[in-house]
Design a binder for this molecule. Structure first.
Ligand SMILES: C=CC1=C(C)c2cc3[nH]c(cc4nc(cc5[nH]c(cc1n2)c(C)c5CCC(=O)O)C(CCC(=O)O)=C4C)c(C)c3C=C
Ligand SMILES: [Fe+2]
Ligand SMILES: [Fe+2]
Length: 384
């Protein structure tokens, strides 16, 4: 059948070009699949986001999961809906992920033309675009080679591990695609530089004469102690990021790493961010920069918990506080993503395996069988 261009088909192909940064060409594109949890783009999507999140056994193993998850999600929905409403009506993560991915793919076409054209795909764990839909799109685009590129800088089985397990479970949908994995990059110099620049910008808001007294309070999403104690590497890797950022800043300020957003009654990694703010006030500290360190774009933890709750709390305690911006559209960060992917492609072409050595090691206390199968599957390039 002859293909006729109509206003609709022209509009569709324009939007296709916007979504898929490289122009259509005869060559099969190299797919860079940006893995993240996602967040509800609109307030009414909050319930389904929470239901999918509480149904994820890799994140929260619950007894009678399929019965309990919908109940917990339903109970929690009004409170979390109110938080998304307060930050402007939804999570900006899809918009930022697309911006970052498109910028990265464009740069990759320039700095690594051997594998061009590059196309970025966003695959979320709990909201659209979900893994199945991304697989369909990749097949339609003729993808034969894909990189699973985690957008969590530091590895945890509960985040990156969960996204990789989901791709492994949906292996049939990706039939014929050869995979490799970028599983962590928490000390990459470009990422460290982008974070450091945002801290420097926040520090500029304090008077020069007292700037050096400002405490840098790095804040990361906490982990249940049960996860830490089974040997999950996240706490170590977040600490390594903080250390690298402080080296880049030449240790010009005192600092601490603290933990936020714990959920439920069990023990979580501390000290909690809100307690640290109270403690700093008690110690007479007057200036603080809050630095989100484990997530690359804004979300409720930055826009609600940090900006609306903790900044307010700190101000009430007499602390002058500013938050370092999230990486969002930082060109330095987009360049870092492209550099990380280019190095991975180079190493892969010159014979290094599809996954890092570190990814091959399961947490010593891991009893989740899918983790083991998933690691073996990716180590074989995603083949049966
Ligand atoms: C590096 C980031 C994150 C880690 C590690 C992480 C672990 C983790 N989270 C939960 C439970 C929940 N997390 C929730 C929301 C949420 N989590 C992260 C990031 C990490 N989680 C983000 C960025 C968000 C918010 C998304 C957004 O769009 O804003 C929620 C839902 C919100 C709520 O009900 O409070 C839960 C629940 C566990 C159990 C866990 C480790 C095992
Ligand atoms: Fe979380
Ligand atoms: Fe595991």
């Amino acid at each position: 059948m002859a293909f006729r261009t109509t206003p609709l088909s022209r509009a569709l192909s324009r939007s296709y070009a916007t979504l898929h940064n490289s122009p259509p060409s005869g060559k099969s594109p190299t797919a860079i699949v940006m893995l993240n949890m996602g967040g509800p783009a609109t307030v009414p999507e909050t319930h389904d986001f929470l239901k999918n999140l509480f149904s994820d056994r890799d994140l929260i193993p619950l007894p009678f999961q399929s019965l309990l998850a919908p109940l917990i999600a339903k109970r929690r929905t009004p409170q979390i809906e109110a938080q998304y409403a307060a930050i402007g009506g939804g999570s900006p993560i899809l918009r930022w992920s697309e911006t970052q991915g498109e910028g990265m793919a464009k740069l990759l076409d320039e700095i690594h033309p051997e594998t061009a054209p590059h196309r970025s795909y966003v695959a979320f764990r709990y909201v659209r675009p979900l893994t199945e839909a991304v697989a369909k799109q990749m097949k339609a685009d003729g993808v034969k080679r894909a990189i699973a590129f985690t957008q969590y800088p530091q590895y945890s089985c509960s985040t990156t591990g969960s996204s990789l397990n989901e791709i492994y479970r949906k292996a049939g949908d990706f039939d014929g695609i050869e995979w490799s994995v970028i599983d962590r990059w928490g000390t990459h110099p470009g990422f460290v530089e982008a974070v450091a620049q945002n801290i420097e910008a926040a520090l500029q808001k304090f008077p020069e004469e007292s700037r050096a007294e400002t405490v840098l309070l790095f804040s990361a999403h906490s982990l249940p102690m049960s996860v830490v104690n089974r040997g999950d590497p996240y706490v170590l890797e977040v600490s390594a990021t903080v250390s690298a950022v402080m080296d880049r800043l030449r240790h010009a300020n005192p600092y601490r790493l603290v933990w936020q957003s714990q959920v439920g009654p069990s023990a979580w990694m501390g000290m909690q961010t809100s307690d640290a703010i109270k403690g700093l006030a008690r110690l007479g500290k007057k200036q603080v920069v809050l630095v989100p360190i484990a997530f690359t774009s804004d979300h409720i933890e930055t826009l609600y918990e940090l900006d609306l709750e903790y900044v307010k709390e700190a101000k009430e305690l007499g602390i002058n506080v500013h938050r370092a911006e999230s990486l969002n559209g930082s060109p330095v960060f987009v360049r870092a993503l492209a550099d990380i992917a280019a190095k991975h492609l180079k190493d892969y072409t010159s014979g290094s395996g599809p996954t890092s050595l570190q990814m091959g090691l399961r947490c010593p206390g891991c009893t989740n069988e899918t983790c083991g199968k998933q690691k073996n599957w990716f180590a074989r390039g995603g083949r049966a």
